[in-house]
Design a protein around this ligand. Structure first.
Ligand code: BG6
Length: 279
């Protein structure tokens, strides 16, 4: 498997399997594309995304680490892992035909002794696993999230199922704590919610593409649901005005009250498996 020039001349790896194709940029270890043969792309990528060194890619699966959002005292949103250049360690073909790409984030001044590894398995489904290890001599407290943008046919015909009864922090109301009462979340305006203490899988039911996407996860206590809707879409330079209709973010991670405290010598694994079926 070779590294080729992707958009903006940025290094990228393209993976083909008997069932699917995927693209991964070394910038942020961002999986920007996954598509099963005969299906629309699973991941949404904005046509307006920048593909520039030091800037996050708008779409796919940006890796949020070591903080989520913009806590006080931080100058950037969602940490730095998504804008760093990762290294490709190896790409291996499994006997079942699936392909695993292993990337790592070189230890930096901010993260002495906290190596990050990322394993992306491309096959009938897409699996992404982020591994954080603490080789330092003190506890390490962090947040993480696989900020996954999904393609949908029409946001007006989408529902997200699996969060009924779960508490969430509403980012549109200063993270006020609420409880989800609905068995199926629908979108009629901006939604920006951080669901907490929920290890469960979530389904995205998309009536217009006749597709249900299943987001299964391990090592994740938070699920973020985000759609910018009209005004925020217009305000984002790297996102098309109408693109909010064709995407929804369902993000798996550990944020806010679910931040992780990693003891010396321990590792934390965050894993998502994304699959789809007709509905
Ligand atoms: C979501 C946040 O995870 O990411 C939103 O909950 C935020 O508040 C969105 O707007 C996009 O963030 P960014 O930094 O990629 O524009």
């Amino acid at each position: 498997m070779e590294i080729i020039n992707g958009r903006g001349g940025l290094p990228m790896v393209r993976i083909e399997t008997p069932w699917s194709a995927a693209e991964i940029y070394l910038l942020g270890a961002s999986v920007t594309h996954f598509q099963k043969h005969g299906e629309p792309p699973l991941l949404f990528l904005s046509e307006k995304s920048r593909f520039e060194k030091d800037a996050p890619i708008r779409g796919g699966i940006p890796i949020i680490f070591p903080w989520f959002g913009k806590p006080e005292g931080k100058t950037s949103q969602h940490g730095f892992a998504r804008v760093r250049s990762w290294e490709l360690v190896e790409v291996t073909k499994q006997t079942d035909g699936s392909v695993i790409a292993h990337l790592s984030l070189p230890v930096s001044a901010e993260l002495l002794a906290i190596p990050l590894d990322y394993y992306v398995t491309v096959g009938k489904t897409l699996t992404a696993e982020l591994v954080v290890r603490n080789f330092s001599n003190h506890e390490f407290v962090f947040e993480n999230c696989l900020h996954t943008y999904f393609t949908v046919g029409d946001i007006n015909q989408v529902s997200v199922v699996g969060l009924q009864g779960v508490d969430y922090l509403d980012s549109l109301e200063g993270r006020a704590r609420r409880q989800e009462t609905s068995d199926a979340i629908r979108f009629t305006g901006e939604v920006d919610r951080l669901y907490i203490n929920t290890p469960h899988a979530v389904e995205i039911r998309d009536a217009s593409l006749h597709r249900t996407i299943l987001v299964e996860k391990e090592g994740s206590a938070s699920t973020v649901i985000w759609n910018p809707w009209i005004a925020k879409a217009k305000a984002m330079a790297d996102f098309g005005d109408e693109e909010y209709k064709r995407m929804v973010c369902v993000e798996s991670g550990n944020a806010a009250v679910n931040e992780i405290t990693l003891a010396v010598g321990q590792e934390a694994r965050l894993k998502v498996n994304l699959s789809s079926r007709p509905c």
